[in-house]
Design a protein around this ligand. Sequence first.
Ligand code: ADP
Ligand code: ZN
Length: 215
Amino acid sequence: MKKNIILMGAPGAGKGTLAKQLISLGLIHISTGDMFREAINEGTELGKLANSYIKDGNLVPDDVTIGIVRERLSKDDCKNGFLLDGFPRTLPQAEALEKMSKEISRPIDVVINLDCDEEELVRRISGRRVCKNCGAPYHITNKKPLVEGICDICGGPLIQRKDDNEESLKVRLQHYVQDTKPLLDFYQDKGLLQNFDSLVGMNVLFDEVSVFLKK
Ligand code: ADP
Ligand code: ZN
C-alpha cells in the first residue's frame, strides 16, 4: 500500500472530498486550507494572518505554510501514512517538503493529480457549501445534504466559504496556473506523478484511487 501521498489539483478539483473518503484507508488527512480555516475560526494570530491572504484568493506566505506542515508531519500519528491536501502549492514548498520528508524518513510514495476542466471547476466552487463545524463538503445540486442546510455527519450548519466567490476564485485559479501547476513537472520528473480524471464523479474516483493505492 502506498501511504505517504500528495493530492494535487486546481481549487474545486475534488481534493478535499477525496481526502475525506480516503481517511477510511487509515491515512491521516493534512489539509493546509482546513488548518488555516481552523485558526481563523479560533481567532489566533496565525488565523488573522492567514485570513488576510485567503479572503482575496492569495496564497499564504511559504515560510508560514511550511512551518505548520513541518510541525504537523513530525507528529507520531503520521508514521502510518499521511495524505497532504493543498500542500505543496509552490516550488519552495515542494523543495522544503523534500527536505523534511527525508529528515523524518517518510518519503513521498506518490503524487495523485486530479484533472478537471476550468468550466467544471467554476461550477463546483460556485455551488459548494461546507459544514461550519466539521468542514464536510456539499454541493447545491451535485451533493445535497439529507436535510437542507444541515451537515449529514455532525448536524452543523452549511455555509459558503468566503473565498468561494467569483473574484477570489479568479485569483485562486491564477495562482494555481502560475505557482502550483509547475509542480506537476517537478513530480513527473521524479516518477511520482499519477493522473486521475476527476470528471468521472467522486465515488468512481474514490474507487479508482483506492485500488491504485492498495497495489
Ligand atoms: P482550494 O483547493 O479549494 O483552493 P484549500 O482549502 O486547499 O482550497 O485552500 C484555501 C486557501 O488557503 C487557499 O486559497 C490559500 O489562500 C490558502 N492555502 C492553503 N494551502 C496553502 C499552501 N500550501 N500555501 C499557501 N496558501 C495555502
Ligand atoms: Zn459537519
